[in-house]
Design a protein around this ligand. Structure first.
Ligand code: ATP
Length: 352
């Protein structure tokens, strides 16, 4: 079997402090993966005159996947390519409680759901500008009952929900629900009462897809109601699918239920490519301290291993982390411990 090729982009601020030991740990499992770090970000700008040189794009194209550390901007062009260039439309963000996580809830046991965030559309198409630029459009506000020209000085952002974009991300959610043991339930949430045309379309298309999966329960909640339910009855949920902005916000909120962003993994899947990155940002406030929790990065690594076909290795790595949390002796400060990032990784390695 030929080795798998994984491009690693370490990211900025504290992200590399989680990425480097995580990659070392996965590398030490000797699975037949070649990790490569093409030039990107500031280093690439200095040495190659571009933050995202053609060689780096070619390395991504030739790879089986990319393991991406969070970026505060310097590696942003690479991230845009991984998302919009590779059409990775489904951002899959699991929230699963493990004994030993520093959850603020009294009863977090049994929390185990996945948020599937549409990853390419909605407000994230970045169609924004001055209101005066669109004042000539023959469009009237449904609520203020005024044409755009009469709204005053200001800015706009356009929310786009396409049929194809919704069909594919909702299908991905149902396919995930089919593969999971247990509840076999897909929940759709968005603001379909207020944004009847755009979010209403997302819900309607999702309902259409649900007919393809008669064995999976389908339910919908308006996003504000959903938020309350997520906090008061998180064990109810299985797979939850939603447009981009809600997914961005609610998946960080979901991480809070089990113990914070340090535990929030994610994988972004398209039809032909996927990449993996923790759901959290670069944690600039703790950069250089070797205390960033690498759990989110390692769990994203588990998702990556599964994607590459190393299912057994993925579950071994996950079990090793579960053991470290069960023991509770070597946890990073966000989980109430005083271990360094690298000490946590060493503890995980000792359980492999
Ligand atoms: P982004 O907008 O890119 O998602 P952000 O600015 O919202 O990023 P983060 O970088 O995710 O924020 O950090 C938010 C807070 O959570 C910070 O206090 C940070 O230190 C903390 N945090 C994030 N990830 C981790 C982690 N893996 N371990 C410990 N603390 C973390």
């Amino acid at each position: 079997m030929t080795n798998k090729r994984v491009v690693v982009i370490d990211g900025e601020d504290a992200a590399p402090e989680a990425m480097r030991p995580a990659v070392e740990l996965i590398d030490s499992m000797s699975l037949g993966i070649d990790f490569e770090r093409p030039l990107v970000g500031e280093a690439a700008r200095e040495q190659a005159g571009s933050a995202f040189p053609d060689e780096t794009r070619a390395a991504i194209d030739a790879s089986d996947t990319t393991f991406f550390g969070s970026t505060s901007g310097a590696s942003g062009a690479a991230l845009f390519y991984l998302r919009w260039g590779k059409e990775t439309y489904a951002n899959v963000r699991p929230t699963k409680y493990v004994a030993g996580y520093h959850s603020p809830l009294k009863n977090p046991e049994g929390i185990d759901f996945i948020i599937v965030r549409e990853n390419l559309e909605d407000l994230y198409l970045g169609i924004e500008g001055d209101l005066q630029d669109i004042a000539g459009l023959n469009v009237t506000s449904r609520t203020a009952r005024k044409p755009i020209a009469e709204l005053g000085v200001g800015k706009y952002a356009i929310k786009v929900i396409t049929r194809e974009g919704t069909l594919r991300v909702v299908r991905k959610a149902f396919q995930l629900a089919e593969r999971r043991a247990g509840k076999k339930r897909v929940t759709v949430t968005c603001k379909y009462n207020m944004l009847r045309i755009s979010d209403g379309y997302f819900r309607d298309v999702a309902e259409e897809v649900s007919k393809e999966f008669p064995d999976i329960e389908f339910e919908t909640f308006i996003v504000d109601d959903f938020c309350c339910r997520l906090i008061t009855m998180p064990q109810h949920f299985d797979v939850i699918v939603m447009p981009n902005l809600y997914g961005d916000i609610l998946s960080d909120g979901a991480a809070g239920l089990i113990g914070g962003l340090g535990l929030a993994a994610s994988g972004c899947y398209g039809d032909d490519y996927a990449y993996f990155e923790s759901a959290h940002g670069t944690a600039p406030d703790i950069a250089g301290m070797n205390i960033i929790n690498p759990t989110a990065t390692l769990l994203s690594g588990c998702m990556m291993l599964e994607y590459l076909g190393f299912e057994d290795a993925a579950s071994s790595l996950e079990h090793a982390m579960v053991e470290v949390y069960r023991e509770g002796r070597c946890l990073t400060p966000d989980q109430g411990g005083d271990a360094k990032t690298t000490e946590f990784c060493d503890a995980v390695r000792s359980h492999l």
